[in-house]
Design a protein around this ligand. Structure first.
Ligand SMILES: [Zn+2]
Length: 253
């Protein structure tokens, strides 16, 4: 279909307005034209198309790029379609378990994509075995951050009595520069005034965003922090490890 020439023929159809409008917005199969995209998405939005309204909100001016790209949207749509099939085929029955960890272990580790399946596979963990708490780096730098809160829930509410802190080789947080991230924020349009105001209020953004120099040292510091935390019972066992991000080999620190 030649969208450029024929789209007016279908302008009463909400889905066509949305689909073609989105194509003009992203330049998918047609020459990118924000004005036409706005016009068609506005029609679809006026007819109650909620996604069209969301897309319109991402267009601030003629030259602005949409926050939601076609690619990411398709990826999520594919996930949603898969999810539907997953539930319909009752594939969930294989994963049935309770909220209490059978092994009474909590693992604090990194959000790194290489560990998503590798870590459970390499440790023989199945659904229901452990609590896994993830963040960037798998370390804890503040005794009252959300990771410690999660550990308290795991220990007091869910029966955990052992904690494994697992770092990994080639971690992205190693060598992360707080100053560089603040620079990236400014490039993405974060107002310098907001950053200055936070700093004025005593929030040291640069050190908050700073990574660690050595993963093993950072993991051992986290072990120390958890072990000596005033709200963690002394009989809870806390140990540190490094996982090889390729082989899954676990080394005890
Ligand atoms: Zn990492």
């Amino acid at each position: 279909m030649d969208c450029e020439n024929n789209y007016n023929t279908y302008d009463d159809d909400v889905e066509v307005n949305f689909t073609v409008g989105r194509r003009f917005l992203t330049g998918n199969g047609v020459e990118k034209d924000i004005k036409k995209a706005k016009e068609m998405l506005s029609k679809a939005a006026a007819m109650g198309h909620s996604l069209a309204k969301q897309l319109l909100d991402t267009i601030k001016d003629e030259s602005a790029k949409p926050v939601v790209t076609d690619e990411s949207e398709n990826e999520i749509e594919r996930m949603l379609a898969y999810n539907k099939r997953f539930v319909e085929s009752r594939a969930y029955e294989h994963f049935s378990t309770s909220k209490y960890p059978d092994k009474k272990i909590a693992i604090v580790t990194c959000m790194d994509t290489r560990l998503v399946q590798l870590l459970p596979a390499a440790l023989g963990i199945k659904n229901g075995d452990v609590k896994i708490i993830k963040n960037a780096g798998g370390t804890i730098t503040n005794p009252f951050d959300s990771t410690i809160r999660s550990l308290l829930v795991a220990i007091y509410e869910l029966g955990v009595n052992e904690v494994m802190i697992i770092g990994h080789t080639g971690c992205g947080v190693q060598g992360m520069d707080g100053k560089e991230m603040l620079h990236l924020m400014e490039e993405r349009g974060i107002d310098d005034e907001h950053i200055k105001l936070m700093q004025h209020c005593g929030i040291d953004l640069e050190s908050w965003l700073h990574g660690f120099d050595k993963t093993d040292v950072a993991i051992l510091e986290t072990v120390d922090l958890v072990k000596n935390h005033p709200l963690i019972p002394k009989d809870v066992v806390v140990r540190g490890y490094i996982m090889d991000s390729t082989t899954g080999e676990l080394v005890t620190l």
